[in-house]
Ligand binder design. Sequence first.
Ligand code: MLT
Ligand code: ZN
Length: 478
Amino acid sequence: MTATGSLPASLHDALEKVLGSGGLLTASSDMAPYLTDWRNLFHGRACAVARPANTQTCAEVVRLCAEHGVPVVPQGGNTSMVGGATPDATGHALVLVTSRMNRVREIDPIDNTMVVEAGVTLKAAQDAATNAGLMLPLSISSEGSAEIGGVLATNAGGNNTVRYGNARELVLGLEAVLPDGQVLNLMRRLRKDNTGYALRQLFVGSEGTLGLITTAILQLQPKPKSIEAALCAVADAKTALALFAAFRNTEPSAIQAFEFMSGLSMNLVNTLIPEAALPLSEPAPAYVLVELASPRGGDALRELMEEVLGKAFEDGLVSDAVLAESEAQRLALWKLREEHAEAQKRAGASVKNDVSVPLSAIPTFLDRATAACEKLIPGIRVAPFGHIGDGNIHFNLVQPEGMDGNAFLARDHEMMDTVANIVRELGGSFSAEHGVGQLKTYMMPSWRGGAELDMMHRIKNAVDPKNIMNPGKIFPAS
Ligand code: MLT
Ligand code: ZN
């Protein structure tokens, strides 16, 4: 089977005219990188890959596809954890890659906003804001590759949600191509605008099923002048939460990130990622990476960090800690956090449970889910980590050493359901930040069924009656 599906000749000629020679890929070898997800879980086929360079061309491509009944799969940096940007195996779909739309168009220091095209990587957008003396307060492990369009379409969360919210909270304006090729211009940079439905929010978290995000206006923040980071050794999630409460109760507005890492997951990072050695004298059962930031300079933040950690030592919440003494050390501490997904990939096959529960339920969740998974698959490596300050744990499960990876993955639903059942009992969500994609569509009826899923269906059918945009994502096959 080749990667190429069938592109109707009339559509081929029309697309070539609109996209120019470099903008349309149809050879299997050219299309291959766009047909597999980052995790290597999904392998799709496509009739073509389109790489438009501006909104008008996107609109024309979508219009032509709609006319020919050809589905469109939007793709940015291809970093989805749930197969959200990979086409299905039929070969009918066209993959629309937004990477060539990569301009930061404007940064306004009075409005504190940035106008950015869909194909700009999150890292490039962050850097542009920093260079302008501001900050784009969204940070995820894949920010070097993930692009703004996908970040918004999936309502990405990440490390700074605890202070600034998810991607949704940062979007003031949006431009999107609708499934019939119309351009919907919602590019208003207004804090207040109560004029009917906030349509831009429909596209945030829609995973490309309602249209293609092409441009956005994002809310920026002042650039921190002081920033303090510390890696702390803790006994477990309960003590991590007590430490979070200690910071929150002292100076809630200073917390910029509060991340949890299990000892097992950290050990994979230390073992499998070069230059990611543990900077503490001995391994601990668990770790917290806490970052404080303020737009004011001076020593106040350092004093705050030392005050709270000093008391935490006295209270037995923290057994060891290292404070970053330079920007290089701060980045080195973050490397220890950002490499968990990559280390787990190198450790073999893994099943990701990106769940959230109320903060108070996290220790119970971890205890129960660990016991249940260890019973289900003896030797399984339970490697949780994540954004504990948001109640979001990546309860990731790595295959037992020596086990066949495919045999492990064949049992993914058993593992996911085992974890999800506990999450449900504790009032949580089965997908906190990665979305539904194609990996978790099967869970939607039991989790979001009834009026909720019915309303989602009605919105989808109203906006995209021909099911052109990213079919097979979010909604289970009917
Ligand atoms: C992260 O926070 O690093 C991720 O969302 C990755 C993961 O779940 O593996
Ligand atoms: Zn995450």
